[in-house]
Design a protein around this ligand. Sequence first.
Ligand SMILES: Nc1ncnc2c1ncn2[C@@H]1O[C@H](COP(=O)(O)OP(=O)(O)OP(=O)(O)O)[C@@H](O)[C@H]1O
Ligand SMILES: [Mg+2]
Length: 356
Amino acid sequence: MGTVCRVAIDIEITCHEGQVAAILSDAPITAVFGGNRSGKTEVEKWWLLRRWIKRGGPGATFWWVGPDLEKAISYGAWSIAGPMGQGGGSWPDAVFTGPRKITTATKAPTLYLIDGSVLAFMHAHHSGGRAGDNLKSANVRDAVVDELTAVTSAENWTQVLARVSQSGGAVCTASTRKRGHWSRREIDELVSTAGEDAIRVYALDIFDNPWMAYAAVWKLFLTDNTLSRRTLEVEVLADPDPPARARAVVTKPRSLQEHFGHEFADTSRLWSEWDGSAIVTGDEHLWVSRNGAPVRLLDITAGVLRKRLDTARGVRKSRAKPGAPPIGRRKTIDEHNFIETWADRKARKAKEKAAT
Ligand SMILES: Nc1ncnc2c1ncn2[C@@H]1O[C@H](COP(=O)(O)OP(=O)(O)OP(=O)(O)O)[C@@H](O)[C@H]1O
Ligand SMILES: [Mg+2]
């Protein structure tokens, strides 16, 4: 007859106010978008611990998915279970059992939990034809996908959702925003149709995190020119509520993205946003007149086509002939948007020169 062993482990979950609802979320998809150092990854760690407590058991598999395996190990495994997975991480050491030595070279990093559950660290690095391949496996109870906007292919996300679906599982993801990333389409835009019970989106900014000292935040804001020293001293620090004032006066798009988690809305908008009212100047940029003001769009057509074409033809850097121009400059788009090889372009230019 087997012996049943019961142990009681005290687990102290710390969190800041903005993290509570996301940690406790039981929605099929929980997404935390926010600024750098706002506490996004900590939410995922505690969310997963809670899911394990509720849904773990012999053979139950949980996933921590990173944009690459190295990140899954350092921000996931080592952060949860300490350096090399050998203790001293966020989760109490007493919840782990079995062999534990996870290095950056470990091929299939895994932690074993005392109830027989398995916590595997995976990557979502593949794109193209191999996208999501390594995530096609057996059932997974619940999963975390950290740094979602660093995941290039949406297929990885779809695979994770598919893995947890059979057991009625859930996925928690956290990330900074990235302009044009598919997460906007796959998560935010689905909230209106799927409903808030299915997808919950939370926002955090750097001031929400009390573990970030204000002094450190101001220093950061000065270093990356989020605020000028004058604005900081005269406007922000003089205000009775400096964080609120900072939220109001910061306008730099990159700072809004990096620190406050707003989507990057830079002057380099993409060609796809062109509405037809175009004045083209130069060969890389497109200037359009919008409400009487010039707006610069970045023409990505050539880059996208070149990349697609190179991939389709299997063109590799290593195959470039010695002395050939760099790969990125070997093809150009002529005025009719046809692809032109470097040799054709050279011939055309020579012809044009001869004609003048
Ligand atoms: N709930 C928490 N309990 C303890 N410490 C926390 C918590 N939330 C945030 N912190 C502290 O704030 C730091 C940043 O948190 P976290 O790594 O979760 O932020 P992030 O938004 O994921 O940052 P990054 O932009 O680097 O990915 C942590 O290293 C930790 O020191
Ligand atoms: Mg993080």
